[in-house]
Unconditional design. Structure first.
Lengths: 595, 379
């Protein structure tokens, strides 16, 4: 390092261009160092995301006739989507003047449902995140883990559990009927758009809570004190200080929920009833029974474009890239008070756990049907599960992939976040947009594109490694967002101090940045692990001979006799998670040096 | 950590909280490294010496290829699909199994896509035992070459609750019309697919050949489906789902397969599988060999196909899945009551199968699918 600053040639005029000066410039140029820090992440995104997307783009300009695809350039597919017609088709009273209105109508409908679901999720999640950040003083990480534990059971099973709660003979209906408040079961609870929104609100709760929590957590408490001292009531203080400062996290949460739910087709298929079709179903059908891959590609591109435009409008409307004025994370926890927020938190936990706790209930039920009334107590499903080889193999595969993915994604996310927050990067906006791109693409498109890439272009057989790569692709944006929220606020001076006092860059990172970022890291790892452990669609496309747990469960859901085994397994997973949480708490309290 | 004392000291340190964060980190890193370099245990790796089956979920259990295991003392590899379209996507994107199990109406398309290879039935020991009608399933012998072997069959027709819809109990009242009965609005369901859902509407609409409809017939069929949509609770592919709904009374009638009645009656629910007067649909699914089978693997693949056709597998099949098996020897081994419970008839199986509309390749699938999407979306 010293050689770069050799001033031995100071006496004579230094040549304008020399190796030494170039090397010095390279080492000092901030953008270059920033980008080199960002490069692993960018590489992953580029290979796994951009290349398949380009393939989809090319495909959208092709045409398909029965089974052969003609790659000659043609705008036929876009023509069909956009072709105008004099006779309008109506949806919610809005006329669509298109020859084939189904695509735009469904896109519009999907966006509306997603918006509704996003608003519900974020509104419900915010008070919970507030409770976690402000009211919880001890064992914060335990609480975080408790929030994510319900999501370790498979997404498919949770949807199933909601069917049990909302169903015809379900918990709500049987409960209200037996109390005499109803004489006929409520039918609108299930197989309606209401049920889609409720199920989505539950499914995305963790994804919404974590970014908001991370954002609230680093608000400097002295700002709030200042607000009170200057005369604000608690409510005004919330609206004028807390809410604006938590905007980055809230925006991140909204985007993280809105964008994937637009393309989701599994939830509306399972609980949406006859009114439940969304744009994802149409895309899936075009790639499947509809037998028109180029058309499917074209519809996906149009859908992605519309979503991107909406997101850009949203971000422009709320004032762009998350910046925060709060410095440092200085909190003295408020004394635990019993108030509305605590009550809400309890209620929210009930909401989170209710569907999930139904699973153990039915795993002891002596019947293959998951419906009330309960038939009797039995342990046979657990016995069967212990002998079920494929089930255990699937569980092990899922664990392997999940842990690997969460570690790799968090590392990539940390690098990316550090690059974005600590260095001045030109074109930061587009680069961040690129990294977030995997979230905008409907999973089914991503799955097919990746499969084509893996097999046709790279020539690798699908396996757990390909599933892992796909999961890293979708988890890196989550990790990056969470880490940015965390790294963004705290005092850069701390790192400068450390460097001044003689630590190298790496040790500064290890001893100063990392410990302060630990809540973010834990949140990121939890989020990534949950996402990967639960992810079904990409795993399904990219799996070879070894199934992951969601794939296995999907298969078993169609075989009524095997279903209780799956419930038994989920109950065991839940139990194991609780044990882990308990153990980790004891370890912490055993007087380890504070991390 | 070499002596017992070291170990004891280590445990004491942990117990009394005297281990610093750095030491913990060091230990965890060492443990992680150890795990990473540990030789792989006995995992189920894909065995290159065995053929790969690609089939429906649940049909890749060892009980089905007992003859194969007896001969080769090994299990074939297997991969599963949820429905044939997913399978097509995967195969088209490059996954190359040795054996696939499509239903008869997919054979033409898969053959045209270049997936299939003709099968030489002289190499199948159990071929002579197949139920006669099944030798002539439409669209499975292409250009004189047999591309597909029938393995299992069943019927698609409405199952309904006899206590909630008693007027449909007498045999002469059996009709697809129950699924259009406005008396049971909100308590009906259809299978969410072209072949089991739209074709049912096509049969009810009176089309001469439901699998080859003219444009007028398609329009009439669409009208019927549009009329039906507000009466339905859901469109579904979830066997478990409609069975549970029938069991709880949420549904009065459902478009279903003949195994539904087996599970319902096991639970003691009063229900019946109707044979509608317009004709039920008979479907057959079976086995095909892919073009990617290597010559040295061919013998094994034939043995595997043979194993699936055996009586032993057939009995397992009928008893567990409630659907028919193509080997006629199976029915002698199962008691008539058990057969009736599964909606199968113990006497002339042949005539039973022949009485329904045999599911065939649907003409103009993409256009029909597009129409179906519009109906479902409510346009």
């Amino acid at each position: 390092m010293a050689a770069a600053f050799d001033h031995s040639s100071a006496g004579t005029a230094a040549p304008l261009f020399s190796a030494r000066r170039l090397k010095g410039w390279l080492l000092r140029n901030e953008s270059l160092r920033g980008y080199s820090l960002l490069s692993p992440t960018l590489l992953v995104v580029f290979v796994l995301m951009v290349a398949p997307l380009v393939a989809i783009g090319i495909l959208s300009f092709a045409t398909q006739n029965y089974v052969t695809i003609d790659y000659g350039f043609s705008l036929k597919n876009y023509g069909i989507i956009f072709e105008p017609s004099a006779k309008p088709a109506y949806f919610l009273g809005i006329p669509f003047y298109l020859q084939k209105p189904i695509y735009f109508i469904l896109l519009f409908k999907s966006i509306l449902i997603s918006l509704a679901a996003t608003i519900v999720v974020v509104l419900l999640a915010y008070p919970m995140a507030y409770f976690l950040a402000f009211r919880v003083t001890k064992h914060k990480i335990t609480w975080l883990i408790l929030i994510t534990v319900p999501f370790f059971t498979s997404y498919l099973l949770r949807v199933f559990a909601w069917k049990v709660i909302l169903g015809y003979n379900g918990v709500i209906n049987s409960g209200l009927t037996s109390l005499g408040l109803l004489d006929k079961p409520l039918e609108f609870l299930l197989y309606s758009q209401t049920s889609v929104i409720i199920t989505l609100a539950h499914a995305w709760a963790a994804v919404a809570i974590l970014p908001i929590y991370v954002s609230l957590e680093k608000i400097d408490r002295s700002l709030l004190e200042a607000g009170s001292d200057l005369g604000d009531t608690r409510l005004r203080r919330f609206f004028r200080i807390t809410l604006p400062l938590s905007m980055p996290g809230t925006i991140a949460a909204s985007l993280l929920v809105f964008i994937p739910t637009v393309g989701d087709y599994i939830t509306p298929t399972l609980v949406g009833g006859t009114n439940g079709i969304m744009i994802g179903n149409v895309v899936q059908s075009l790639f499947g029974k509809g037998g028109n891959w180029p058309m499917g590609a074209a519809v996906s591109i149009v859908a992605m474009a519309v979503i991107t435009v909406l997101v850009c409008l949203f971000l422009w409307g709320v004032g762009r890239r998350p910046t925060s004025w709060a410095e440092g994370a200085n909190h003295r926890g408020a004394p635990a008070r019993f108030d509305l927020i605590a009550l809400y938190a309890v209620g929210y936990l009930v909401f989170l756990y209710a569907p999930v706790l139904l699973l153990p209930l039915f795993s002891f039920n002596d019947s293959i049907y998951v419906a009330f009334p309960l038939k009797g107590f039995t342990l046979q499903w657990y016995a069967q599960m212990a002998e079920n080889g494929p089930l255990q193999a699937a569980l092990v595969s899922s664990l392997k992939v999940g842990i690997a993915v969460s570690v790799i994604s968090t590392i990539l996310g940390i690098f990316a976040a550090k690059a974005v927050t600590r260095y001045h990067l030109p074109y930061r906006g587009p680069v961040m947009g690129l990294i977030m791109l995997p979230l905008v693409v409907p999973s089914i498109i991503l799955g097919i594109a990746l499969l084509t890439l893996v097999i046709k272009v790279l020539g690798i057989e699908p396996s757990l490694y390909t599933i892992g790569a796909a999961h890293v692709l979708i988890c890196v944006p989550f990790a990056m967002l969470v880490m940015i929220s965390r790294l963004d606020g705290f005092d850069k001076n701390l790192e400068e101090v450390s460097l001044d006092l003689g630590e190298g860059a790496w040790m500064t990172f290890w001893r100063v940045t990392l410990p302060l970022a630990v809540p973010g890291i834990v949140a990121s790892m939890l989020l990534c692990f949950t996402t990967s452990f639960d992810e079904f669609l990409l795993a399904f496309f990219l799996s070879g001979n070894e199934a992951t747990l969601p794939i296995y469960i999907w298969g078993q859901l169609r075989l009524p006799t095997q279903l209780p085994n799956v419930l038994a397994l989920s109950s065991c997973i839940l139990a194991a998670s609780f044990v882990l949480v308990f153990l980790s708490e004891r370890l912490r309290r055993r007087g380890l040096a504070t991390p | 950590m070499e002596t017992k004392r070291d170990v004891e000291r280590f445990i004491d340190q942990i117990k009394y909280g005297r281990v610093s964060r750095r030491e913990i980190m060091r230990m965890m890193a060492a443990a992680g490294l150890a795990v990473a370099v540990m030789p792989q245990g006995r995992l189920a790796h894909a065995d290159d010496g065995q053929p790969t089956i690609f089939t429906w979920t649940g049909y890749d259990v060892p009980d089905m290829w007992k003859e194969y295991t007896a001969k080769y003392n090994a299990n074939p590899n297997s991969s599963i699909w949820g429905d044939e379209e997913e399978a097509e996507s995967k195969i088209r994107a490059g996954f190359h199994p040795d054996m696939v199990m499509p239903c008869s109406y997919k054979v033409v398309k898969w053959n045209d896509s270049g997936f299939l290879k003709p099968i030489d039935v002289t190499r199948l020991a159990h071929w002579g035992e197949i139920i006669p009608t099944l030798y002539n399933v439409p669209d499975t012998v292409i250009d004189g070459k047999r591309m597909w072997i029938p393995m299992w069959w069943g019927l698609t027709a409405p199952t309904f609750r006899t206590d909630l819809a008693p007027e449909y109990v007498p045999a002469e009242k059996h009709s697809w019309g129950i699924l259009w009965d406005e008396k049971y609005t909100g308590k009906l369901s259809m299978i969410d697919s072209l072949i089991d859902g739209v074709m049912a509407a096509a049969i009810y609409s009176g089309a001469k050949d439901p699998f080859n409809m003219t444009d007028d017939e398609v329009a009439k069929c669409k009208e019927l489906m549009v009329k039906q949509r507000p009466l339905l609770r859901f469109y579904t592919n979830d066997n478990t789902g409609w069975q549970q709904a029938l069991a709880s009374g949420e549904l009065v009638a459902a478009d279903s397969w003949n195994d539904t009645i087996l599970n319902l009656q096991k639970q003691g629910i009063p229900s019946m599988f109707m044979i509608p007067k317009e004709g039920p649909m008979t479907w057959t699914c079976g086995i095909a060999m892919t073009t990617w089978v290597k010559p040295e693997m061919e013998d094994r693949v034939y043995d595997l196909i043979n194993a699936y056709l055996s009586v032993e597998t057939g009995v397992y099949w009928v008893e567990n899945f409630g659907m028919g098996h193509s080997n006629k020897g199976v029915y002698a081994k199962i008691s008539p009551e058990e057969l009736i419970k599964r909606g199968l008839t113990p006497d002339n199986i042949d005539a039973y199968i022949a009485a329904g509309h045999f599911q065939a390749t649907i003409k103009n699938e993409p256009a029909l699918q597009s129409m179906y999407e519009e109906v479902k979306a409510g346009i």
